[in-house]
Ligand binder design. Sequence first.
Ligand SMILES: Cc1cc2nc3c(=O)[nH]c(=O)nc-3n(C[C@H](O)[C@H](O)[C@H](O)COP(=O)(O)OP(=O)(O)OC[C@H]3O[C@@H](n4cnc5c(N)ncnc54)[C@H](O)[C@@H]3O)c2cc1C
Length: 456
Amino acid sequence: MKIVVCIRQGLDGEINPFDACAYEAALQIQGSEITLLSMGPEKAKDFLHQLTRRGAKNAVLLSDSAFAGADTLATAYALSLAIKKIEPDLIICGRQTLVGDTAQVGPMLSVMCDCSLITNVMEIKSVDTEIKCITRAIGEETAQLPSLITVERINNLRLPSIRSKMGEISVWSADDIGADKNKCGLVGSPTRVLKTYENSKGKRKCKFITLDELDGVIKTALERSNSKQDIVASSDKRLRQVVIVGESPREFAEMVSDDITVIPCDNEQNIIDYIVKTAPQAVLWGSDIISKRMASRVAAALNLGLCADCTALDTDGEKLLMYRPALSGSIIAKIESLTYPAMATVRTKDSLVKDVFVSVGFGAKDNLEWVKNLAQTYDAELASTRKSVDNGIMPYSTQVGLTGRSVAPPVYIAVGVSGAVHHIVGMQSSGTVIAINPDKKADIFDYADYGIIAEI
Ligand SMILES: Cc1cc2nc3c(=O)[nH]c(=O)nc-3n(C[C@H](O)[C@H](O)[C@H](O)COP(=O)(O)OP(=O)(O)OC[C@H]3O[C@@H](n4cnc5c(N)ncnc54)[C@H](O)[C@@H]3O)c2cc1C
């Protein structure tokens, strides 16, 4: 079975963590013949070549000045041409990169390569003429090959064995894959970053309370239920017509338009037809897995820019101005789309079922009973940090943060959580944040409304 694994080199020079899982998943498929595919500068050649020692037959680096500055659509375009040249049965991508953090490239690629799609794979059950997986959103999903799957953080990439050999490496230019340079790199990218700002929004003024006051604070917070979304538009200009796919983006749409049409998030072709027929100024999608996946596929089908995970929207009356956290939430980028309609997924609360989340940090490892009781008292959903997951204390499905999920419940209680930026980025839009930690200097208190200095 011919498999292409899409790989991106991270800012730290290492393989993007989700792509490492994609590679390992491919290695575990019996009889796989793996080609690693990456787009990047010529200097990434050695990085990719070294990676072949883990078992890939060969690697292809797409490198050309024409590819520089590509957004997700232009990236997917270049990768899709290379994939068509390789003609694999299966393409495996990581769920998302940590740099871009959009989860759009995989679904966009599936449209451009005309193959089936399964995203957020937690386990591959079988592969022959079809692929059967367990996914995060749906459970069991099956698709005919050729197929593209995106994987969650489900395994650890093996180390190279001492006697392992390097596979072949090829460098392909835009001409080698027959790319139209107007569709590549910055020139071919419909989304543009207009400005970046330092993100201080996640920081809060922490009021220290005692453990006895916890119950009262949670109850008051639930009554207020003021999930902190940064959706305030600063101008009084309005867009002519905004389409929302499903009800969840309504709050955001109301900030920029008085003419809002809601269409159901069910049939992809119907959505495409509706957008083409009505030509709205903007189309907004929710942030649940299904909406994000469909938004990416519709964007690829219509050749439109798509801005992911917006936390704020604005307009000058003509354009939709989109704000989203970037680089682990340390900055906020202001983005516009050069294509119409502008499309964005917005960070909504719709994927949450519970009002209260209790997060189990590594510091809570010796008193899990206490934390679970706390969660039970408020009918809360359990969350966790990566360290708790990596140490087997909590399942991966509960991990919040950069390599886990993003949540924004009315109340987020972090127990034994240090407050690493990788965790904060996944919970900083929550309503009231309460932290319990014996270390008064723990970073989590900078991101909490209430703090309890205590060991549990
Ligand atoms: C590329 C990358 C991606 C990452 N992605 C994520 C991600 O998605 N999500 C994520 O969470 N992390 C992520 N991390 C890891 C992150 O950097 C931190 O290492 C992790 O969040 C720390 O977990 P923690 O707060 O549970 O543990 P620790 O950092 O060990 O902190 C434990 C805390 O518990 C406190 N404590 C100790 N004893 C007690 C007690 N008895 N009662 C209460 N508190 C106590 C301590 O004071 C400490 O503050 C990522 C890291 C990298 C490099």
